[in-house]
Design a protein around this ligand. Structure first.
Ligand code: THU
Length: 130
């Protein structure tokens, strides 16, 4: 596991607050300055109020002054790939061009790499508003 971004996502994962789903997710964003920002899912007894790991990592990036996502790693356990939910694909799109790498990981390391365009084809983003 030589990639610091992947390591950051994996290290964040066990810090998630997921008492209801038991499904912990860690996300790590690399910004335009090379800085890494992490986030975890934070669930709530009022289920819809919970938030995804990607949303937390984006909030951390914005709060630290970053404005562009250059790569993102997402780590979660299970048989299936821990790909970002539909809402988080759009959240990522707000701060990233279509060609960035999305690195899908589990606790062992990288499982599969996608571009944002592969996960969110023909996306609607800031450019659409002129
Ligand atoms: N989850 C994420 O944090 N990111 C995703 O993209 C997929 C789902 C979280 C939300 C919830 O806390 C748990 O995983 C189960 O859906």
């Amino acid at each position: 596991m030589s990639d610091a971004l992947i390591a950051a996502a994996i290290n964040a994962m066990p810090l998630a607050y997921a008492p209801y789903s038991q499904f912990q997710v860690g996300a790590a964003i690399e910004d335009e300055n090379g800085h890494i920002h992490t986030g975890v899912n934070v669930e709530n007894a009022a289920y819809p109020v919970g938030s995804c790991a990607e949303a937390g990592a984006i909030a951390a990036m914005i709060g630290a002054g970053g404005r562009k996502i250059t790569r993102i790693a997402i780590a979660g356990r299970g048989v299936f790939l821990c790909t970002p939910c539909g809402g988080c694909r759009q959240r990522i799109r707000e701060f990233a061009p279509a060609d960035i790498d999305i690195l899908i990981c589990d606790e062992q390391g990288l499982r599969q790499r996608f571009t944002l365009a592969e996960l969110l084809p023909h996306s609607f983003g800031p450019d659409n508003l002129g």
